[in-house]
Ligand binder design. Structure first.
Ligand code: BES
Ligand code: MN
Ligand code: ZN
Length: 484
């Protein structure tokens, strides 16, 4: 989607829609009352999310009024959502250009409106070969009216980097599992070196030397080689500054292994690498906007398959930390991947903190529904920073408890721990398991099984499917709290 910032009196191109964003209660008087008649002949009030197609308006081939809610509540997110709603209303009309006129034309609002359209126009259509032209979105360009076009472009620059990164992350999640297996995921991450990132890929032999028996056990039933991707961004003024670290669960397909999942819905398990995709997206945006921070991203990439060589329930594996794990259920594989990825991360990089993201448990969907991800942390400051970023970016997050008294639920009869803690508090015991590998560092775990994928989506900036959840939130937290 091409974005341009234009003056309010710029001539409209042919085949253009004009979306006039209006405040609630001010719809009839907006634009000198030009649309008062249409407004009074409808139930349009300007409430958030409302759209009114104005028949017979002369200003453009098509004119829409978009409700922005009350003037007092109008913020950057409201601008973003209004522009995304405008795009949603006209994307398949056959028109070529969308012009968005916000009720406030300051650069910050214009930039966010552009972000809203970019995010809303994301589409994963590379495997469609027969889609009729009249089913495809027609809008190729969006013009945002801005008082100061230069300032609007500058405000948009880091947001353009963000939308590219979210699209990168959504693409990874949307790819089918026969295409995006661990080595292919690693290759796509390696390609990010063109952005200035440093990427190392470790294969099974290297991981075996490091003693990563926990991660390797998950992938041992797959013909696809397990991979560990290590992504570094060195943007801090002080090159030796301690990094911040992010770790992602990248199970490219989760059959459950020998503890096989039921057939119904198993295809959804292609997005069991949503945590790794979010971390890859985060590294993409940090490099894209040249963030002043040192950061590392670590992705544990495996495929969990049943096979003659697959791990069995009852097996005991030794993790890189030296701790042994009795496998009770081979479908509780994400925590086994994270155990070694997290340990490796703290051991090698000694980061300020670690945040892991994982589509870890079905139980988090039962706890929080489909909008909120779960936050588990041993550190209040890190938690507050994550929650603040989550609020301002519209990626809902809810803190869950990590009670020490539940930790015994993952004690094993014959090893240091077992990989499941029973049904009660399943997301909590999963988090407690990971906590045994953080070696006391400030750490947070985001269980994004509830938010990595949405169908249907109720947010105008998130089309149905892969959400890219986590990229915005983490990028915002880094920008606000950890850059110098
Ligand atoms: N990848 C799943 C979690 C999941 C479930 C993500 C549904 C998205 C939607 C994870 O590996 C898993 O299978 N977890 C088990 C754990 C159980 C065996 C202790 C679960 O949640 O049932
Ligand atoms: Mn599983
Ligand atoms: Zn899984």
């Amino acid at each position: 989607m091409l974005i341009e910032f234009v003056a309010s009196d710029a001539a409209l191109p042919e085949k253009a829609a004009l979306a006039v964003v209006v405040f609630e209660g001010e719809a009839e008087t907006a634009e000198a009352g030009a649309y008062a008649r249409a407004v009074s002949a409808s139930r349009f009030t300007g409430a958030k999310g409302q759209v009114l197609d104005v028949p017979g308006a002369q200003a453009a081939d098509r004119v829409l009024l978009i409700g922005a809610g009350k003037a007092e509540g109008f913020d950057e997110m409201a601008a973003e959502h209004a522009a995304a709603a405008a795009y949603g209303a006209v994307k398949s009309t056959g028109l070529k250009t969308l012009r968005v006129k916000l009720p406030k034309a300051e650069a910050a609002f214009a930039g966010r409106a552009a972000l809203g359209v970019r995010l809303a126009s994301y589409r994963f259509d590379k495997y469609r070969t027969k889609e009729a032209a009249d089913k495809k979105p027609s809008i190729a360009k969006t013009e945002i009216v801005a008082a100061d076009r230069e300032a609007a472009s500058s405000a948009f620059a880091p947001l353009a980097a963000l939308s590219d990164a979210v699209a990168f992350s959504r693409d990874l999640v949307s790819e089918p599992p026969n295409v995006l297996y661990p080595a292919e995921f690693a290759r796509r991450v390696k390609d990010l070196e063109t952005l200035g990132l440093e990427v190392e890929i470790l294969g099974e032999e290297e991981m075996a030397k490091l003693g990563m028996g926990s991660l390797l056990g998950v992938g041992q039933g797959s013909i696809r080689e397990s991979q560990l991707a290590v992504i570094k961004w060195n943007g801090a003024r002080d090159a030796s500054a301690q990094p911040v670290a992010f770790i992602g669960k990248g199970v490219c397909f989760d059959t459950g292994g020998i503890s096989l999942k039921p057939a119904d819905g198993m295809e959804d398990m292609k997005w069991d690498m949503g945590g790794a995709a979010a971390v890859a997206g985060l590294m993409h945006v940090l490099a894209g906007r040249k963030a002043k921070v040192n950061a590392v991203g670590i992705l544990g990439l495996v495929e969990n398959m049943p096979d003659g060589n697959a791990q069995r329930p009852g097996d005991v594996v030794t993790s890189m930390s030296g701790q042994t794990i009795e496998i009770i259920n081979t479908d509780a594989e994400g925590r086994l991947v994270l155990a070694d990825a997290v340990w490796y991360c703290q051991d090698r990089f000694k980061p300020k903190f670690m945040v892991d993201l994982a589509t870890l448990t079905g139980a988090i969907i039962i706890s929080l529904g489909n909008d909120y991800a779960g936050l588990f942390s041993n550190n209040d400051e890190l938690s507050e920073n994550l929650l603040a970023a989550s609020k301002s970016e519209g990626e809902p997050l809810w803190r869950m408890p990590l009670p020490a008294q539940y930790d015994k639920n993952i004690d094993s009869m014959i090893a240091d721990m077992k990989n499941t803690g029973g049904r009660p508090g399943g997301s909590i015991t999963a988090a407690l398991f990971i906590q045994r590998f953080v070696n006391g560092l400030p750490w947070a775990h985001l269980d994004i099984a509830s938010t990595a994928w949405k169908k249907p989506s109720s947010v105008p900036t998130i089309p149905d499917g892969a959400t890219g959840y986590g990229v915005r939130l983490l990028n915002k937290m880094v920008a606000d709290k950890y850059e110098d």
